[in-house]
Design a binder for this molecule. Structure first.
Ligand code: X5A
Ligand code: ZN
Length: 557
């Protein structure tokens, strides 16, 4: 299943006919440049190309008033002077005789994309459109936006496809207040927007763009605003916003469809945003979103006014939609203090509405009983700079968003069933890896658990040589037992395959009583292969290997 690219050349027709420094940045070259770059990179050719159609009056009516639609229809026959006068009645808007046609194509493109994805013709896609949509309201054009393309697509997905939960991610640098107004009392549409805010001193200067606007009535908690109070936000800030705000809430919401208000004025170089995020960041953000809704991600272009930055960012997003690995993010991954303040303020404002944002410190994670099983997830980057093979990574279309489930509990009954649950949960979590696994392998001691694995997961049969396994096990009493030793042999084999670059990541299952000792061996084994840095993450209770010092060094290394 592929990626759709919805476009129509007619959308380049609308342009500014008089002098207006605020509006001149919304120009036809935005579309032509982005499309050219997609073609140059061979990305357009890999997509299913769909010619945009016009949205019907009834479809526009899902969001807009009949009077407003009629008013716009009338603009087709107006002269330049009349167009300019009418434009002046709205904030940051210009009309052109072709605006009505373009805007209907823009809304229609979003509808076609949603239809293609929900019909299963493609997994995901991008609609390259103008005019943009997220500022427009029931009866008002605003901020270059005429019809609210994404809002119309969301309503359509509900009415025509029966969807109950839609997530809208608005990463444009401006607040999509139009989308917020349309869905603010609707719990079936979760709207997330980050935006340049500067404590209210940036356009559109709205009090309701702040973090404490969380929706109304039944929609309480289904509007999530993340205001940036300084310019210069970059990759680390955007990734932190996803990891600490959007994704926890989104996983809890469990959407059936993700719509992206994909504005790239939040990227470096843009005159409106003044932010620092590099184009690669949008590949990572796109990858993260693909963990939701079974990968059903429909992106619709909003802003983005630096032609070079816009084109590169669009390419990055399309690459990620196609399943290509994301290039590494450059720069130090340290969020700005102001960003952390903003993130914390949203978390505080939203905590009453989302379990995933409530403090989890005292939540009792089940202790591992001595007879239990403990799954150890191994994700190592290749220490010697062995680049993973860059190829489109296969993904299972029915990938469910369930990584909040924690594996394991105090009672361990049927080994296989528990292993199955723990494994599928861990496999979901592995997709968090920003560079997608070339391949995931599992080392299992209970072979029946393999039945639950997706077909692209390699079930590793091998074990390290017995003498080697025993040598590693010798210092550890906990590894004396046969079951533990067998598991260790499999872990070592899996590690070996990871360290020599054949396997990207893997999961091994060990008896709970041997987990800490196995981890100790895995760390030593990794270091002895030349790894410089290891991240060990314990989900649930796990004793720290005794030789690991507080400053992160391991005795003997
Ligand atoms: C879609 C979009 C921005 C309007 C800015 C007006 N609109 N100053 O990015
Ligand atoms: Zn914008």
């Amino acid at each position: 299943m592929g990626t759709a690219l919805v476009y129509h050349e007619d959308m380049t027709a609308a342009r500014l006919l008089w002098d207006d420094p605020e509006c001149e940045i919304e120009c036809p070259e935005r579309l032509t440049t982005a499309l050219e770059r997609l073609q140059q990179r061979g990305l357009e050719q890999r997509c299913l190309r769909l010619a945009a159609r016009e949205a019907s009056e009834a479809e526009l009516g899902l969001v807009h008033s009949p009077e407003y639609v009629a008013l716009l229809q009338g603009t087709q026959a107006l002269g330049t002077g009349e167009l300019q006068t009418l434009s002046g009645q709205y904030d940051a808007v210009y009309f052109h005789p072709s605006t009505f046609h373009c805007a209907r194509l823009a809304a229609g493109a979003a509808l076609q994309l949603v239809d293609a994805v929900l019909a299963g013709a493609v997994r995901n896609g991008l609609a390259l459109v103008r005019p943009p949509g997220h500022h427009s309201q029931r009866a008002a054009a605003n901020g270059f936006c005429v019809f609210n393309n994404v809002a119309i697509a969301a309503k359509h997905a509900q009415r025509q496809h029966g969807l109950h939960r839609i997530l809208i991610v608005d990463w444009d640098v401006h607040h999509g207040q139009g989308i917020q107004y349309i869905f603010e009392d609707d719990p079936s549409v979760l709207y997330f927007s980050w935006h340049r805010y500067e404590h209210g001193r940036f356009w559109p200067y709205l009090r309701e763009s702040d973090a404490d606007a969380v929706g109304q009535g039944p929609g309480l908690g289904f509007t999530v605003n993340l205001p940036w109070n300084q310019v210069g936000m970059g990759n680390a800030d955007y990734v932190a916003a996803f990891l600490h705000v959007l994704l926890p809430v989104a996983f809890e919401f469990n959407p059936e469809l993700v719509l992206v208000s994909a504005g790239f004025d939040s990227a470096i170089g843009d005159p409106e945003g003044q932010m620092q995020a590099t184009p690669e960041c949008f590949a990572h953000l796109t990858q993260l979103l693909q963990m939701l809704a079974g990968g059903r991600v429909c992106a619709v272009l909003e802003g983005g006014y630096h032609l070079e930055s816009l084109s590169q960012s669009v390419c990055m997003m399309v690459q990620a939609l196609l399943g290509d690995p994301a290039p590494p993010l450059s720069g130090p991954m340290v969020p700005h203090a102001s960003a952390l303040e903003s993130i914390e303020s949203v978390r505080v404002a939203q905590a009453p509405h989302w379990m995933s944002l409530q403090q989890q410190g005292q939540r009792g994670l089940g202790r591992d009983g001595a007879s239990g099983s403990h799954a150890v997830a191994v994700t190592l980057n290749h220490p010697l700079g062995v680049a993973p093979v860059l190829s489109p990574s296969p993904r299972s279309p029915e990938g469910r968003p369930s990584p909040l489930l924690l594996p394991g509990g105090p009672e361990f009954k049927a080994a296989a069933t528990q292993d199955v649950a723990a494994l599928s949960s861990l496999l979901d979590q592995l997709r968090l890896n920003p560079t997608p696994p070339v391949r995931t392998a599992v080392a299992l001691t209970a072979p029946d658990a393999a039945l639950a694995l997706p077909s692209d997961v390699l079930c590793e049969e091998g074990s390290a040589p017995q003498e080697e396994t025993q040598a590693w096990a010798r210092p550890h009493e906990a590894l004396a037992q046969d079951r533990a030793l067998t598991a260790l042999g499999k872990v070592l084999y899996l590690l070996d395959r990871i360290l020599d670059g054949q396997v990207s990541s893997g999961i091994a299952v060990t008896p709970a009583s041997a987990a800490a000792a196995t981890l100790d061996v895995a760390i030593r084994c990794g270091l002895s292969h030349g790894a410089q840095r290891l991240l060990c993450l314990a989900v649930g209770q796990l004793d720290r290997p005794p030789d690991l010092t507080d400053d992160g060094r391991l005795e003997g290394f």
